[in-house]
Design a protein around this ligand. Structure first.
Ligand SMILES: C[S@@+](CC[C@H](N)C(=O)[O-])C[C@H]1O[C@@H](n2cnc3c(N)ncnc32)[C@H](O)[C@@H]1O
Length: 439
């Protein structure tokens, strides 16, 4: 595999490419490098490669001509796909470098040739990208002085996937990201260090048990540090079962919600009582069940409304509805009937044995008299005690309801000009923002 590196600072690469496995791979002829300095394509005495940006602003920009001539010297042609192989522009504005991308670059052809353009100053004249279609690559959401350090990251991660680069071919297979998960923790001698012992399973010699332990440790590490990777990486139902058994994913059980029908605001902003809506009860119960909530309270002081609720629940949890749709029965089994907020709080505290935190929700900042609590803070509270999220029907929770709360959650989409979500949609979005565990 060959790398053409276009850089104003070829000396940057002297150390890193001449030690360890990269040096060994060079000696074995597995990888090779050419360095091309755009300054060699200038014709003025000062060998100028940069100039001030059009439109003003700080810093300098790399001029297009020296870069264009450098690329042409390698066989790339302007306005065409022609060239010795993939062309990569390292830029903070590029697409993220991932293990998958490295694998594709390393293994796309038998003897690939990658050309890397390292920017400097404020970057390079944008016309280079138009003339020579390049793949843009960023190594992270931060800004470096130049593309050389980014190019090194790319070279190292791509080269080590080439056949023969690593001693044991399987080393690359078991690493972070190869399975879509972060790697499990590794240990070596001594068995006990500073009082800390190596996990017993790793010493048992039973390869099947060790492999299960490692898969589970990978799942835990990914859940803790990069939960957004999990959905794509879960292989079998045993993975999901294991994840669901972890305390982290049990946080949902400390989250509870209540649909308040009194006191809520009517159209004239007066406190009043609203009627039950079948759709809200079904949909919030389904969201509560999907997110593993502890309970969903439906609160109304009106006896006929509670009677209606009992009818609905009876039909769907015990009657014909339950027989024809057992999934719905499971969701509606989470519903608890109650007269008012105080009753829901008392029930929750009795069941959990802990003082509950009552959090008001609103589409407006009507809970401004209460201390604010953001979604991440609510998630933190769930580690210590139950939280009851209160959703108002009608035009939202009335001031008397807010007075009973401890804090208020931020409104959803407050700067959109329109944020009139249905209460069932708002509930689902808030559950997801709070639990935030399977992004
Ligand atoms: C000082 S930076 C220019 C930053 C540029 N003005 C911006 O705001 O994106 C100079 C060069 O460093 C390289 N660079 C900086 N950060 C990078 C990153 N996160 N990934 C890849 N290359 C990066 C690019 O080649 C860039 O042209």
């Amino acid at each position: 595999m060959h790398f053409n590196i276009i850089t104003l600072f070829p000396e940057f690469f002297d150390g890193p490419l001449n030690c360890g496995l990269l040096q060994r791979a060079r000696e074995l002829g597995l990888i090779s490098f050419s360095f091309l300095n755009p300054r060699d394509q200038t014709d003025d005495a000062r060998r100028t490669v940069d100039d001030r940006p059009y439109g003003g602003g700080p810093g300098m920009v790399m001029m297009p001509k020296p870069l264009s001539l450098t690329l042409q010297s390698l066989g790339f042609a302007p306005h065409s796909e022609e060239g010795p192989g993939p062309l990569i522009l390292l830029t903070a504005a590029g697409r993220p470098l991932t293990q998958q991308k490295a694998g594709r670059l390393a293994l796309d052809s038998e003897n690939p040739c990658l050309t890397l353009i390292c920017g400097r100053y404020e970057g390079i004249d944008a016309r280079i990208e138009e003339l020579f279609p390049a793949e843009t690559v960023s190594i992270g959401d931060f800004v470096l002085n130049g593309g050389e350090a980014a190019a090194l990251c790319l070279i190292e991660t791509v080269a080590r996937l080439r056949p023969g680069f690593m001693g044991h071919a399987e080393s690359g297979v078991e690493e972070s990201f190869s399975s879509g998960l972060l790697e499990y923790p590794q240990y070596t001698r001594p068995e006990i260090f500073e009082g800390l012992a190596v996990p017993k399973t790793l010493l048992c010699g039973d390869h099947k048990r060790i492999s299960v332990w490692r898969r589970q440790a990978s799942l835990c590490a990914t859940l803790e540090k990069r939960p957004e990777l999990l959905p794509a990486a879960l292989r079998e139902s045993v993975d999901s079962e294991f994840i669901l058994s972890l305390p982290e994913t049990k946080l949902g059980r400390n989250l509870n919600c209540a649909l308040v029908h009194y006191p809520v605001l009517d159209r004239e902003e007066n406190s009043s009582a609203s009627s039950l809506t079948n759709l809200d009860i079904h949909d919030i119960a389904r969201s509560s069940c999907s997110y593993g909530l502890g309970a969903f309270y439906v609160l109304s002081p009106l006896a006929d409304q509670r009677e209606l609720l009992r009818d609905i629940l009876r039909y769907w949890t015990k009657g014909r509805g339950a027989r024809s749709n057992p999934d719905r029965a499971k969701a509606l089994a989470l519903v608890r009937e109650g007269k008012d907020i105080a009753e829901a709080r008392a029930d929750l505290e009795k069941v959990s044995g802990h003082k509950a935190l009552l959090v008001a929700t609103s589409a407006r900042n009507s809970g401004a008299s209460l201390p604010g609590i953001n979604f991440a803070e609510i998630a933190e509270e769930l580690r210590k005690r139950p939280v009851l999220l209160l959703f108002g029907t009608g035009h939202g929770l009335a001031p008397e309801a807010l007075e009973l709360c401890d804090a208020s959650a931020p409104p959803l989409r407050p700067v959109n000009g329109y944020n009139h979500l249905s209460v069932r949609a708002a509930a689902a979005i808030m559950f997801d923002r709070i639990l935030n565990d399977w992004r």
